[in-house]
Design a binder for this molecule. Structure first.
Ligand SMILES: Nc1ncnc2c1ncn2[C@@H]1O[C@H](COP(=O)(O)OS(=O)(=O)O)[C@@H](OP(=O)(O)O)[C@H]1O
Length: 390
């Protein structure tokens, strides 16, 4: 976007697209390159916290593949920043170079020019480069245009690094850089969503038309076949307890934290919940019975709703396994009717793969202790309620 127009102020995707088309038209008319595949948003607006409208508009108008931000996650020191991929746009972590538009003249640098030199010569900027295998910086145009602080800073930084370390500095164009980045850090591809209202900087660039109130205060995590539907039905009888609207795809459950739905982002998730009429006294909740044994769910839940209470129901694991087997038979699982319950639970490593898969799905959730331990890595015990469903 040009003119510091902030994407999160556009709720309507088509008006954002319209505006971007005008920008592009201007660029084309003035011979400004439009095929770089890289863009930054003013004040990080829309990049993180993710404003999905920006991602869609960027793809439609500019064919953007790469962007960067200092906001994900909003952590200091800067070297803990991470990248992520959303809607096929690669978001790279950007470092802080200490140059801002108001530092137009060298002599006017906040705290005096010595501060800038200190940062370059063994200070924060130097350490950023030394401690990050890949560093991405952005200076503001007016710095280059008026006082050349950007040029001064980076020429001196490169000289200092080369004089005092044996690091080999390399640069790459943005698209190649992004591919290199996620090749080096594949575990960063998956984002971890946070509540945009928990951080002032994030709240400032979160659309006023969106709210953070449509997030659950507690979750019923399963496991399957322990009476979670009964608990759900009892809970929704309470006038202050509200659940999500049903998902047409996954037997009414949203199944956000355990599966690929997570990559649809938090707007998608929050759309399942009503806006509570009283944020303090109303309790939104969600029941997805597969969260219990999901590898990813505890970390993801803790990141988005760290204060949520987690409810699990446990029954005798063998009763649960048998109930699950019957459930699969009655829900048209193509494999379950072919094998008896005994065959499912006693299948050995040589058994057909479809039977082994069924066995795994039947038996893995019963490792109650291991799954609960995983939740306890991310939640203190007082946030976890274990109900005896027997
Ligand atoms: N009130 C109450 N208390 C305890 N148990 C109950 C209750 N109501 C239902 N059930 C039994 O719970 C089993 C279904 O569990 P879920 O609802 O968790 O299944 S699911 O995962 O949502 O499909 C299912 O067990 P089985 O009948 O053995 O299959 C239900 O009979």
């Amino acid at each position: 976007m040009w003119s510091h127009m902030q994407p999160h102020l556009f709720h309507n995707e088509s008006s954002l697209v319209e505006q971007m088309f005008l920008n592009k038209k201007f660029a084309l008319e003035h011979g400004i390159p439009t095929d770089m595949g890289y863009a930054v948003a003013p004040h990080h607006s829309g990049v993180y916290p993710v404003h999905v409208q920006l991602y869609e508009a960027w793809k439609k108008v500019w064919n953007i593949k790469i962007t960067s931000t200092e906001e994900y996650p909003h952590l200091k020191p800067a070297r803990y920043r991470r990248g992520f991929i959303h809607k096929n746009i690669m978001v790279l972590p950007r470092q802080t170079c200490g140059l801002f538009t108001h530092t137009i003249f060298y002599k006017d640098y906040p705290g005096g020019p010595k501060e800038l030199d200190k940062s370059i010569q063994g200070g924060e900027l130097f350490f950023t480069v030394v401690l990050n295998p890949i560093s991405i910086f952005m200076t503001h145009l007016s710095n280059y245009g008026n006082d050349r602080l950007g040029l001064y800073t980076f020429v001196n930084l490169a000289n200092f690094v080369q004089t005092w370390t044996n690091l080999r500095l390399q640069t790459l164009p943005s698209v190649q850089l992004a591919h290199k980045y996620f090749e080096l850090f594949p575990d960063q591809k998956d984002p971890l969503w946070q509540n945009p209202c928990d951080d002032k900087r994030h709240r400032d660039i979160w659309s006023k038309e969106k709210t953070c109130d449509r997030l659950p205060k507690f979750l019923v995590i399963g496991p399957q076949k322990t009476g979670t539907t009964a608990l759900y039905l009892f809970l929704v009888m309470h006038p202050s307890i509200l659940s999500n609207s049903p998902s047409p795809k996954t037997f009414e459950e949203v199944q956000f934290f355990n599966r690929n739905n997570y990559h649809r982002g938090i707007d998608w998730y929050m759309d399942f919940f009503p806006v509570p009429s009283n944020v303090t006294t109303d309790f939104l909740f969600e029941k997805s019975a597969n969260y219990f044994y999901s590898e990813e769910a505890p970390k993801r839940v803790a990141s988005l709703v760290p204060k949520a209470k987690i409810i699990t129901i446990l029954i005798d694991p063998s009763d649960r396994a048998y109930s699950w087997y019957q459930h699969q038979r009655s829900h048209e699982d193509p494999t379950a009717p072919k094998f008896s319950f005994y065959e499912v639970i006693s299948a050995g490593p040589w058994a057909p793969s479809e039977l082994r898969t069924l066995q795994k799905r039947c038996l893995v959730p019963r490792w109650y202790a291991s799954h609960i331990e995983r939740w306890l890595v991310y939640f203190p015990p007082f946030q976890l309620l274990i109900i005896d469903g027997q």
